[in-house]
Design a protein around this ligand. Structure first.
Ligand code: HEC
Ligand code: HEC
Ligand code: HEC
Length: 408
């Protein structure tokens, strides 16, 4: 019993502080705590348009079924949440039911936020109510028929959604439980990093093992040795989430945004807890598949292209230069089952994220204009089967498909 209470105290942390009788400073603390929790949840990513009033909505979110817009969640009585009660908000976070019972699309990640404790929701609620009300009508539902019918969500929820606050595992440390709470809940890491089933729900048993995403690949972030973070130390995971880069990799695309808006602001103990939890998942002894045979023709062409076009930055042995040019040798992203994000990076180029801790971001040039599909396939096949890497060869057809998707 003792373990349980001390665990909860650690986990909910601050909840105890709320009970104090106060002179107004408690509500200030509550708002400040809510503000931090909203950062953990990255609410701005979908609810704040760049350069516009915070939380006034209108951000477009692409889903496989069509587009949805983030709602206005400022306390405006007519177009925001000004007339809502705390219970309306609690229902939104925990069940995906907005005021009046309206069912929300899972583009609003309530499937993860359901894990958030009521106490934490109270603080977020206090923070949202401290914001400047903004009068802006946002029509969130831009989906085509039949997906625009919210009744279709009843069946979806029944198939894909499990409601309920995070339950601490008494057999694990307080730090592990904090990490699990953050990753599964506010951090909603699974909404990008977990494989999806046909209706867009998370697949059981494959939590955080990687998923393709709007032309990117959100890689395996479990402790799997070959495809995941098995070789990253906890300090290196923290560094990546805090600064957007470490000696293995730099965050680009959707992860660059997640770092910029959210994880760079997380407190160090919270990031450390996340690292502890991620490292505990998966298989640290995961065996690697056999690389392609050395005399494969594709490796030969690929090696020549690599030397010519890539080695100046990524270095001839694929080791890269820490925090400047990512390491391609023995790298989980390079070994991903799905090569989409690698193809995309070579065709389109990429600029890593600039954070407060590491403000300048180096760039990867675009090769779409001077490399054929065949060449891109060969160089990536080479990279995926050299220096300790081993993964499926990339085909010219796959490159062609990504190229077509990228063209407007
Ligand atoms: C990945 C995008 C995304 C993130 C992150 C996100 N939301 Fe949302 N949210 C949405 C979308 C999209 C809707 C509208 C869904 C619909 O209409 O079915 C929405 C709706 C809502 C609503 C209901 C508003 C209404 O008028 O019905 C509330 C409240 C809300 N979000 C709060 C939050 C909070 C608090 C956070 C952070 C903890 C957050 N959201 C993070 C996408 C997001
Ligand atoms: C909006 C989608 C999205 C969300 C949310 C998200 N990620 Fe990512 N993440 C990605 C993508 C895409 C990449 C690959 C980035 C790249 O190619 O540089 C990535 C990369 C990573 C990597 C580097 C892996 C590697 O092998 O290089 C780590 C670690 C990571 N994410 C952790 C997290 C954690 C922890 C969370 C939750 C707090 C999270 N991510 C939330 C999309 C997301
Ligand atoms: C001028 C320097 C430069 C050259 C030349 C270059 N790259 Fe890169 N590359 C980078 C930088 C910088 C990044 C990180 C960009 C980011 O994170 O957004 C990167 C990222 C990558 C990634 C993603 C790695 C990861 O873990 O995120 C791959 C794969 C890659 N490069 C392959 C190649 C290949 C193949 C070539 C040759 C065809 C090449 N690069 C040429 C600088 C370069």
């Amino acid at each position: 019993m003792k373990t349980f209470t001390s665990l909860c105290a650690g986990l909910l942390g601050i909840a105890a502080g709320l009970a104090h009788a106060g002179d107004g400073s408690d509500s200030y603390d509550l708002v400040a705590r809510g503000r931090y929790l909203a950062e953990l949840g990255d609410c701005t990513a979908c609810h704040t348009l760049p350069g516009e009033a915070p939380f006034a909505g209108g951000v477009r979110i692409e889903t496989p079924f069509g587009d949805v817009l983030g709602a206005n969640i400022t306390p405006d009585p007519d177009t925001g949440i000004g007339r809502w009660s705390f219970e309306d908000f609690q229902n939104t976070m925990s069940r995906g039911h907005a005021r009046g019972g309206k069912r929300l699309y899972a583009a609003m990640p309530y499937t993860a936020y359901t894990k958030v404790t009521r106490e934490d929701n109270r603080a977020i609620w206090a923070y949202l109510n401290s914001l400047e009300p903004v009068h802006r009508k946002v029509d969130t539902n831009q989906l085509p028929f039949p997906f625009n019918l919210r009744t279709s969500l009843i069946a979806w929820n029944w198939l894909a959604f499990e409601e309920g606050e995070y339950q601490p595992d008494p057999g694990r440390s307080a730090e592990w439980n904090r990490g699990a709470y953050l990753v599964q809940g506010l951090g909603h890491c699974g909404s990008c990093h977990s494989p999806k089933n046909l209706i867009g729900g998370d697949k059981d048993g494959e939590f955080l093992t990687g998923s393709p995403l709007q032309g990117w690949m959100a890689p395996d972030i479990t402790g799997n040795r070959h495809t995941g973070l098995g070789r990253w130390s906890e300090a290196e995971i923290v560094r990546y989430l805090k600064t957007g880069a470490n000696r293995f990799d730099m965050a680009s695309g959707p992860m660059a945004e997640a770092v910029e808006h959210s994880t760079q602001h997380w407190k160090d103990p919270d990031l450390a807890a996340v690292a502890t939890y991620l490292k505990s998942l998966g298989d640290p002894e995961q065996p690697a598949p056999e690389p392609l045979a050395k005399d494969d023709e594709r490796l030969h062409t690929g090696a020549l292209i690599y030397e010519d076009q890539c080695s100046a930055c990524h270095t001839p042995n694929g080791e890269g230069i820490p925090n400047l040019f990512p390491k391609l040798a023995d790298a989980p992203l390079v070994n991903s089952r799905d090569a989409t994000s690698l193809i995309r990076v070579v065709l389109a180029g990429s600029r890593a994220v600039g954070t407060d801790a590491a403000p300048t971001a180096p760039a990867m040039p675009s090769f779409a204009w001077n490399m054929t599909d065949e060449y891109v396939a060969d160089v990536l096949t080479f990279v995926r089967n050299s220096w300790g890497n081993a993964a499926e060869p990339v085909t010219a057809e796959e490159v062609k498909a990504v190229r077509e998707e990228m063209e407007p």
